[in-house]
Design a protein around this ligand. Structure first.
Ligand SMILES: NC(=O)c1ccc[n+]([C@@H]2O[C@H](COP(=O)([O-])OP(=O)(O)OC[C@H]3O[C@@H](n4cnc5c(N)ncnc54)[C@H](OP(=O)(O)O)[C@@H]3O)[C@@H](O)[C@H]2O)c1
Length: 315
């Protein structure tokens, strides 16, 4: 970011990879450029995801071009401020939500304005608040794409969702239920009531031994959100290894299952919005922080025990 742009905006940013202490509140960030396919969104809420911490630590440096200063965050809900000349689906004043994964890492959602490619956005579901809509996209799309594309979950399937109390997990439970599945979720006992409220027919304590030993019979599909030893146990949890999907461990491919990396997809966002408005998808917010407390939000997510979603709000 040089001085090519006129106006300045407020946001959180970092100039080098590192721990959460590299994050700083700034009021001198340049306002983003609005290219032909760009929807400039005034941010009301920005969901925080584990990948934000990974990017901040430099973990995806070989995966995307990175340009400092980096504004973190891929999840957004807000109001369209301006659109580029090739944008047809959105107009200033529209309420939108989206997963703003651009081809480079620089312009994130933890700032007053974010330049979002139009493919990353959809209209905000009316039934969700900005905080809820801003917490939904990345985790919701991951769950939706894993269940519908990788696992082809349908009516009557018995589906095991690991880490079901986290951001991807609680979405997966509700989406699988909406698809007609019988859902079994894993969580620590303090989260079992939460899982049943989300729609789990059965719950399993992940700290009480291998999951396969706790199942009454193998399931039809497994969504792994843990990896490692939990994934290694998965072939004993399922009837057919081709119906194991993992979003955390590419080793699943060598087992005959599918690794899933979420992608921005307008149609899928619209489907999530439709489920929310139909009362099939709720977005529990574990904690909402003001933008300037993003460091605390990153710390909380980094502890790995959030129930629901963490979000920062700007308005
Ligand atoms: N490939 C992709 O495209 C993609 C997309 C999204 C996410 N991911 C990855 O998927 C993982 C999950 O993301 P998330 O946002 O859902 O995480 P999250 O919200 O931070 O997960 C927190 C939850 O995990 C539970 N948990 C921790 N260890 C567990 C275990 N061994 N078994 C069962 N539950 C456990 C915690 O419950 P307790 O307090 O009970 O432990 C807590 O409720 C992360 O590694 C993330 O990076 C990948």
């Amino acid at each position: 970011m040089g001085d090519a742009y006129g106006e300045r905006m407020r946001g959180m940013a970092y100039d080098r990879f590192g721990d959460d202490d590299v994050l700083a509140l700034r009021d001198d960030l340049p306002e983003p450029p609005v290219g032909p396919d760009v929807v400039l969104v005034r941010v009301h809420a920005a969901g925080v995801n584990p990948v934000d911490l990974g990017i901040r630590a430099g973990g995806l440096a070989n995966f995307f071009p990175h340009n400092f200063p980096i504004i973190p965050g891929w999840d957004v809900a807000g109001v369209v401020e301006a659109v580029g000349p090739a944008v047809v689906a959105f107009a200033p004043g529209d309420e939108v939500f989206g997963y703003v994964r651009r081809d480079d890492v620089q312009w994130g959602t933890a700032a007053e304005l974010v330049p979002a490619p139009q493919r990353c956005l959809a209209h905000k579901p009316a039934s969700l608040s900005f905080a809820e809509a801003g917490a939904l996209p990345l985790a919701g799309l991951t769950a939706y794409q894993a269940l519908t594309e990788a696992l082809d979950v349908g009516e009557g399937d018995r589906v095991l969702v690991h880490r079901a109390s986290g951001g991807v997990g609680f979405n997966a439970v509700q989406i699988a239920v909406a698809l007609g599945a019988h859902v079994i979720g894993t969580a620590s006992p303090r989260n079992h009531g939460f899982l049943r409220d989300a729609g789990c027919a059965e719950v399993i304590d992940y700290s009480a031994g291998p999951i396969s030993a706790q199942l009454s019979e193998p399931v039809d599909a497994v969504l792994d959100l843990v990896g490692g030893a939990t994934l290694a146990d998965a072939p004993k949890q399922v009837r057919d290894v081709s119906r194991i999907a993992s979003v955390v461990d590419p080793a699943v491919n060598g087992m005959g299952g599918r690794y899933v990396f979420v992608r921005p997809e307008q149609h899928d966002l619209e489907e999530l919005g439709r489920m929310a408005d139909a009362g099939q998808l709720r977005v529990p917010i574990a904690k909402a922080f003001p933008l300037e407390d993003l460091v605390a939000a990153h710390r909380l997510v980094g502890e790995g025990h959030v129930r629901g979603k963490v979000v920062v709000t700007l308005r």
